[in-house]
Write a protein that binds this ligand. Structure first.
Ligand code: NAD
Length: 265
């Protein structure tokens, strides 16, 4: 299985090169950066801190798609649209982790998935994706006697709150409980708040230091508490999940898939 990496010099790109190189069933089919990048012409292994692997970083994504079975893309929305078009034109697989995709761009990705195999996820950690399913199921089975509270903690540089993953966990809980997420949440408490109402999903947030990310979904009832907790200690989990998705994509029919499909959920 030949896997190509676009955005090879990026934080995720370098991790992806290391992950493909360390995977016995995958082979690095090539690596590409944006035109003008200092990384072009450098050895991809050296760029990723592995030492030379005789794969030079190129600037031609079309040639990369020709040389590979699947391409992994953690770059920027404008680039990812181009890559989705190339995957469609060449009938290849694209593993898409870029975030911040607008609805208009998503429509182009959806169209490309008519002829390409696209696995798209805003979180490629298999454990996080599984936790969405666990939270949905717990909310469905436990019912409204259990108050749902979601706590998340991230490093001091994170600018948005709650995290996108916390909101996805909330949406999964709302789906399981059968409530409208957009209307039934509590976002932060301060002062005389009154007693907790039954039903809405509560959020709380901590920021500080270098925490990679922790999410804790609590189901609280009289006399007991169930917690579904995920703790990330580095971003390699996303690269590992993306390589797993690339290996899974081999032999699939064209279409738009998610990590839920990869995990068989
Ligand atoms: P980064 O800025 O470190 O890396 C992005 C790289 O893409 C850069 O090297 C840039 O030069 C390159 N690039 C931009 N345009 C390009 C083009 N046209 N062709 C080739 N390369 C191009 O960013 P990062 O931290 O690695 O994150 C990249 C993206 O992945 C972001 O959207 C981020 O939110 C997302 N991300 C997703 C997950 C997930 O699990 N889905 C996890 C981590 C990051």
């Amino acid at each position: 299985m030949r896997i190509g990496i676009v955005g090879a010099a990026g934080r995720m790109g370098q991790m992806l090169i290391r992950e493909v190189q360390g995977n016995a069933t995958a082979k690095l089919g090539g690596a590409v950066e944006r035109a003008g990048s200092d990384a072009i012409g450098r050895d991809a292994g050296e760029l990723a801190g592995l030492g030379p692997i005789q794969v030079k970083v190129g600037a031609d994504p079309a040639a990369l798609f020709d040389a590979c079975d699947a391409v992994i893309d953690f770059t920027a929305p404008a680039a990812s649209i181009v890559h989705a078009g190339l995957a469609a034109a060449k009938g290849k697989a694209l593993i898409l982790g870029t975030t911040g995709i607008t609805a208009a761009d998503q429509a182009k990705i959806d169209a490309a998935a008519k002829s390409a195999i696209i696995v798209q996820s805003t979180n490629f950690s298999p454990a996080v994706v599984l936790s969405f399913a666990l939270v949905e199921e717990a909310a469905r089975r436990l019912g409204p006697d259990y108050d749902i509270e979601i706590f998340e903690m991230h490093h001091r540089h994170k600018v948005d709150a709650p995290s996108g993953t916390a909101l996805s966990l909330g949406r999964a809980a709302a789906k399981g409980r059968g409530i409208d997420f957009d209307k039934e949440t509590i976002r932060g408490r301060d002062g005389h708040t009154g007693a907790r109402p039954t039903g809405p999903i509560g959020f709380s947030v901590a920021r500080g230091g270098s925490e990679t990310g922790e999410h804790n979904v609590m189901f609280l009832a009289e006399g007991e508490r169930l917690e579904i907790v995920h703790k990330a200690s580095n971003r390699q989990i996303y690269a590992r999940g993306a390589v797993r998705a690339a290996l899974w994509a081999k032999g699939q029919k064209p279409g738009l898939y998610s990590m839920r499909d990869v995990l068989g959920l």
